[in-house]
Write a protein that binds this ligand. Structure first.
Ligand code: AMP
Ligand code: ZN
Length: 460
């Protein structure tokens, strides 16, 4: 399969390293200081699609996702306040309670959206000792240095800084903000460990006094512990490219001399009404809010699947209405295949399988693969089509195995069988047989109604 690698800026043939059949993949997880909004969740739907496609291609996946419960500052760089501490102060709770509460809701959203939970989910505060060792290693190797307020990474020591975003050190120098942080050697150096002021609730003893880890060191430490110095894939949202992921690469190069991931894969952003999502605009919707407005989590997942992961996706309620109609149409079209005893020619099925594999293997072209499913369900009713659709749903994750025709819930098999025969007779224009079957069904107390997508059976 082909996958776009942000590092090389091209689609490359993907194979797990060292001829293994297990893909080792690290995904930057949430900072649990607030509810995940639909933009965050789009990124995790993308992570999930990638995991599902890899599995469909026959690989095992060892996925690791972190939960950031300390050290992520409000501006993503070294300025501002720790997001966890800020929320704790605002809500008059302690940061541990905040982390626990939002982590639980985040995991609930994963469940509702059919996002598979990575094999290892690790929270930053469980790895403080290992992070300190990592920072010590960077200091020993000459990449880390101490200032009054923390340990910083000296970017000028890493000549290839900026490979992922294309920002050179010169660009960074030109764009660097004037900061009141005199101890830094270069204005663009970043913190790997912060010294904690007394009032900082989350703090740990370290060789540099009480403190807490920098956000970037968390991912470098946990990915290395669980996946080794170098692993197959690293994912995240595009906003992580210029700071967080550049810094992860710099740290790994400083400690191990290697870029930690073979493939860096990024999901593009979700916009709302064509603009940025922000709390002040009141457009950072949660899954619960969508449910309140009448959109099921599966409709939101379906909405996400209709845009390629490397394209911006504009969220509008009109778009969600469209997604709702299309998803329902797909489900009802599929339903007519569910109980059909008819077969579909193997050649026809193979054609759909082949096209589907081509699409998902082409840098996760899921929107196009969905198009194939839509065409496929228009085939004459057949259980083979239903079974193949469920197989494709191992990638889509749209709960297609759960669709049910409420009306035909308790319709006896004998009636369904007669209705199927009646449909076949109609297709062959054998009206006499069709009418006779309709009459038989009528005598047994049921009525068959023909619809655009097939037929329904109702009790008289
Ligand atoms: P955070 O909890 O802020 O670290 O974000 C969690 C994930 O959501 C990261 O991978 C971000 O890249 C991603 N993210 C944040 N905002 C958006 C958005 N508007 N659209 C898509 N992904 C986003
Ligand atoms: Zn990360």
């Amino acid at each position: 399969m082909k996958l776009y690698n942000t590092l090389s800026r091209k689609k490359e043939e993907f194979k797990p390293m060292d001829g293994s059949d297990t893909v080792r993949m690290y995904s930057c997880g949430p900072t649990v200081y607030n509810y995940a909004h639909i933009g965050n969740l789009r990124t995790y739907v993308f992570m999930d699609l990638l995991r599902r496609v890899l599995r469909f291609e026959g690989y095992n996946v060892k996925g690791v996702m972190n939960i950031t419960d300390v050290g992520h500052l409000t501006d993503d760089g070294d300025n501002g306040e720790d997001k966890m501490e800020k929320t704790a102060r605002e809500q008059k709770k302690d940061p541990w309670q905040i982390a626990k509460y939002y982590t639980e809701i985040f995991m609930k959203d994963f469940g509702r959206l059919n996002i598979g939970v990575p094999e290892i989910v690790c929270k930053a505060t469980d790895y403080i000792g290992e992070m300190i060792e990592y920072v010590e290693g960077l200091v020993e190797n000459g990449y880390g240095y101490e200032t009054d307020d923390g340990i910083y990474y000296d970017i000028s020591k890493f000549k290839d800084y900026g490979q992922l975003s294309g920002n050179t050190l010169d660009d960074l120098k030109a764009g660097a903000r004037i900061e009141v942080n005199d101890g830094k050697r270069n204005p663009y150096d970043f913190a790997i460990w912060k010294k904690a002021p007394k009032e900082h609730i989350m703090q740990w003893p370290s060789p540099w006094g009480q403190g807490y880890p920098g956000w970037h060191i968390e991912c470098s430490t946990m990915s290395r512990i669980h996946l080794g110095d170098v692993f197959d894939i690293h994912t995240g949202g595009v906003d992580h490219i210029p700071i967080h992921h550049e810094n992860e690469i710099a740290q790994s190069e400083g400690l191990t001399g290697k870029n930690p991931a073979k493939f860096w894969v990024h999901g593009d952003f979700m916009l709302v009404d064509g603009g940025k999502m922000s709390k002040s605009l009141g457009n950072t919707y949660t899954i619960d809010q969508l449910i309140e407005k009448g959109y099921s989590p599966m409709v939101f997942r379906f909405f996400c699947l209709n845009a390629h992961y490397r394209k911006k996706l504009n969220f509008t309620f009109d778009g969600m209405d469209g997604a709702k109609v299309s998803y329902e149409r797909l489900c009802s079209a599929l339903l007519k295949h569910k109980n059909s005893p008819a077969k579909t020619d193997e050649v026809v099925l193979e054609k759909y399988k082949k096209e589907f594999l081509e699409d998902i293997g082409d840098d996760l072209n899921v929107p196009s693969a969905l198009g194939i499913l839509f065409t496929m369900v228009k085939e004459p009713a057949s259980k083979d089509i239903y079974d193949l659709a469920l197989d494709f749903d191992r990638v889509f994750g749209l709960s297609l195995d759960k669709i049910e025709d409420k009306k035909s819930d308790d319709i006896p098999a004998e009636i369904i069988e007669k209705a199927e025969k009646m449909q076949s007779a109609r297709a062959e224009k054998n009206w006499a047989v069709a009418d006779a079957l309709r009459a038989e069904i009528g005598e047994l107390g049921y009525i068959v109604k023909n619809t655009k997508d097939g037929y329904t059976i109702e009790k008289k």
